[in-house]
Design a protein around this ligand. Structure first.
Ligand code: SF4
Length: 207
């Protein structure tokens, strides 16, 4: 019997979540981190009851063969799901490319997924020493950097990105982080604008 995943949200059509591909996005429920800027915080509690059912989502996906290029697993933190690898294999067997959005909280699970994933959007939260100022979670930088090493040694296509909230990272820190990514990993860091209308930390909310 295969494990399943807890789905907290579903976007049936998007052009921006997998570069260059028409995709749908499966948002998984649950995340071990508490990023202060998080605007998807309904997806943080792992035990929250949801209105979605993976069996129905996969039926929908089957009906999109030939219409969509890719299915993206996002969150929350997808790698929290015990059934993620099975779900990815299920979708892959239908002929879709697989995208994965992750912050790298579970290096071992990421390593397993990379056998089947075609592209990863990897979220960097801050400079290593400042990680907990964003995630509010001890050792999050250790996990993230271990995952980053696994990803960059895997040969799987990827994008590194950071969500910039002006209260959490200064221009100088961002410059140093970009430099680190370039010099240590030969990688570019994309900067995403922060959605500030409903941050987990209400003090960061800006309308
Ligand atoms: S922004 Fe942070 S807390 Fe929110 S889902 Fe992503 S990793 Fe989890």
């Amino acid at each position: 019997m295969t494990n399943t995943i807890i789905v907290g949200g579903f976007e049936p059509l998007t052009t921006i979540d997998y570069p260059g591909s028409l995709s749908c996005v499966v948002f998984t429920q649950g995340c071990p981190w508490r990023c202060r800027y998080c605007h998807n915080h309904d997806l943080i509690p792992a035990d929250k009851k949801t209105e979605f059912d993976w069996a129905k989502v996969i039926e929908f996906i089957k009906g999109r063969k030939g219409l969509l290029d890719a299915v993206v697993f996002s969150g929350g933190e997808p790698c929290l799901q015990s059934g993620l690898v099975d779900a990815i294999k299920q979708v892959k067997s239908l002929g879709f490319k697989i995208g994965l959005h992750t912050g790298g909280a579970y290096p071992h699970k990421l390593r397993q997924c990379l056998n089947y994933v075609d592209w990863v959007g990897f979220d960097i939260k801050h400079l290593p020493l400042n990680y907990e100022q964003v995630t509010q979670t001890p050792k999050s930088a250790d996990k993230a950097w271990e995952s980053l090493d696994i990803l960059l040694n895997s040969g799987v296509d990827y994008q590194l990105r950071i969500t910039k909230h002006p209260e959490l990272i200064s221009d100088d820190q961002l410059y140093r982080l970009k430099k680190l990514m370039k010099e240590q990993y030969n990688s570019k860091l994309e900067v995403q604008t922060c959605e500030t209308k409903s941050c987990l930390d209400k003090e960061l909310t800006m309308l």
